[in-house]
Design a protein around this ligand. Structure first.
Ligand SMILES: Nc1ncnc2c1ncn2[C@@H]1O[C@H](COP(=O)(O)OP(=O)(O)OP(=O)(O)O)[C@@H](O)[C@H]1O
Ligand SMILES: [Mg+2]
Length: 562
């Protein structure tokens, strides 16, 4: 294959049905520095996404040479909490690049003296370069950047263009979008898009000046504006002019199979496991740095625990004078505590970092490794919270002296695990954090109403009873009641309220806790599987990038046959 990237009749149609890119054909040679220009909204980012394989086109085909693909998005989507060098070390490990690459990339982008500063504290321009550094680690052969120089001062912008120029000199094909005519002038090839997403020109900057009949590239924008009403876009002789390296010249060699753009190292069965360990370490590092977040995660349960202590009198489980209504409420709110904190811990985890996640999925991150690394860091935290609930309430006399606390802890932790998995699922399914926040009451209310504590299951309406089966909290509530000996307590009949209360709850607490555990584990696994599925769906287009290139030829062949 002679060209590094070839687009044939590529088009993109938005969900609304509007065409954002129309019939774009171009060829980009190996080691070229290519600038895509055009007015705002002309489809530059769309074209970049399609050329890189981040998005599949809705029409046409793209063929890419094999090798590592790097994509630097316009927003600096990169974890902000850790120091720059540490962030890059994790990024290198995730891309299976030796740690030595970090030092050289830092010096290439002149960031060596910023190594120890948290990414979030870097200046805008430094963060931009950090974002570029992440992708440079894997030494991409095809490198795509969306407006890399925006937000940089002219000198820094020129320096960055110089760095990209040098990369291209070393054989990397670099494609970028820009609003800056000076950047475009530094490119080997410029791709000019019209306001409505058609290709106006593809060739050298010098050829562009002649083609548009202008003296500077700034004036190209004016020309595009003047002719914006002419559709479809055709200049003079009716053909889009191309430079020497341009369109139609580089037909792929016969039989040259388009290859999937893969990241460096081989894919092994151990790879997801390595990624899981790595991400778990990174999550833990981020969490310990985000002191305020950690304080809220731990502080919120402490507040709730205090409320319980203030609300409930001690001695409700006293076998001599039990208070059945209190025992039910203590068991229920204990169950709800385990559920609620699991849910809230999970709820904002994924939706708050879709950008980084997409980027890392594009770099080859396994969705399961990602989801399970969240569980690995948050579940131990929940175990501490659950244990603290039991210990404090027991010590302060709000829980029975005789009770199977081992089983009680297991039930509560499994309840938290199921809720955490549910929170992660919601977080992966919504498109932004505000939606996840709205989901919190929607998910929590039924887990109060249909659990069988406030209204016992035996006296629920039929539909309510069916719904109660789906509530993880129901199984926690019943399991906790069993292990804490609620049924036994009421059977003593010491309280005049005991027998009737027990009667309305029926056999609620009779089931061995082990059965409730199985149900909670099944819920957890189902929620986790659904979360992985949702993550793949949300970030799938990135992973499909290579296969889109593959199906390319099939489509082409189909057309020729037809
Ligand atoms: N879902 C959608 N429905 C309709 N139009 C859409 C949709 N998504 C994107 N577009 C349009 O597609 C066009 C191209 O968007 P794109 O982000 O590629 O532009 P751009 O050239 O990168 O612009 P900018 O220079 O501002 O970054 C825009 O006009 C945008 O409004
Ligand atoms: Mg854009």
């Amino acid at each position: 294959m002679q060209s590094a990237i070839e687009a044939r009749a590529v088009g993109q149609r938005a969900r609304s049905g509007q065409d954002t890119l129309r019939d774009v054909s171009l060829a980009i040679g190996h080691g070229e520095l290519v600038g895509i220009i055009g007015s705002s909204g002309s489809g530059k980012t769309t074209l970049l996404d399609i050329l890189s394989g981040l998005r599949a086109p809705s029409a046409g085909t793209v063929i890419r040479a094999s090798g590592n693909v790097g994509y630097v998005p316009q927003d600096d989507i990169i974890h902000l909490a850790l120091p720059l060098e540490r962030t890059l070390r994790y990024a290198a490990a995730l891309r299976e690049v030796p740690p030595a690459a970090v030092g050289s990339v830092l010096s290439t982008l002149e960031l060596t003296d910023r190594s120890l500063i948290p990414v979030g504290d870097l200046s805008g321009g430094e963060r931009k370069r950090a974002s570029i550094a992440v992708e440079l680690l894997a030494a991409p052969t095809l490198f795509f950047l969306d407006e890399p120089t925006s937000g940089l001062d002219p000198a820094r912008g020129a320096e960055l263009m110089g760095t990209l120029r040098a990369l291209a000199g070393n054989g990397t094909t670099v494609v970028l979008t820009t609003h800056n005519p000076l950047d475009a002038a530094r490119c080997d090839t410029i791709v000019v898009l019209t306001g409505d997403g058609c290709l106006a020109f593809c060739g050298t900057p010098d050829a562009a000046l002649g083609y548009f009949g202008v003296n500077t590239l700034e004036e190209v924008y004016e020309r595009l504006r003047e002719r914006r009403d002419e559709k479809p876009w055709r200049w003079g002789d009716g053909h889009i002019r191309s430079g020497e390296k341009g369109l139609g010249r580089a037909e792929p060699a016969a039989g040259a199979a388009p290859e999937r753009a893969t990241r460096g190292a081989a894919t092994g069965a151990l790879r997801p496991l390595r990624q899981w360990l790595l991400l778990t370490r990174r999550n833990a590092a981020i969490l310990t740095r985000a002191r305020l977040t950690l304080a809220i995660l731990v502080g919120a349960p402490v507040m709730v625990l205090l409320m319980f202590v203030v609300l409930f009198r001690p001695g409700a489980f006293d076998p001599a004078h039990p208070s059945p209504e209190t025992t039910v409420m203590i068991v229920f709110w204990l169950a709800f505590g385990g559920f609620f904190f699991g849910l809230t811990y999970g709820l904002l985890q994924i939706c708050a970092e879709f950008g980084v996640l997409r980027r890392e999925r594009f770099a080859g991150l396994s969705a399961a490794a990602y989801v399970l690394s969240k569980v690995a860091v948050l579940l131990p935290l929940l175990a501490v919270v659950d244990a603290a609930f039991l210990v404090v309430l027991r010590v302060l006399g709000r829980l029975p002296e005789a009770g199977d606390y081992g089983a009680t802890f297991v039930t509560l932790l499994l309840s938290s695990a199921a809720a955490l998995a549910l929170g992660l699922l919601i977080s992966a399914a919504v498109s932004e954090p505000s939606q996840a926040t709205i989901a919190l009451p929607m998910v929590s209310f039924p887990q109060v109403l249909f659990v069988g504590a406030i209204l016992p299951v035996p006296v629920m309406a039929a539909v309510g009873r069916w719904i109660s089966y789906l509530m993880t909290n129901r199984w926690t509530f019943e399991g906790l009641g069993h292990s804490l000996g609620v049924a036994r307590l009421w059977a003593t009949g010491a309280s005049p309220l005991g027998p009737p209360l027990l009667a309305s709850y029926g056999t609620t607490f009779a089931r061995p806790a082990g059965e409730d555990w199985l149900i909670l584990v099944a819920f957890t696994l189902a929620f986790l599987a659904a979360t992985v599925f949702a993550v793949i769906r949300k970030t799938g287009s990135a992973v499909k990038a290579g296969s889109a290139a593959k199906t390319g030829l099939a489509v082409q062949a189909g057309r020729q046959a037809g």
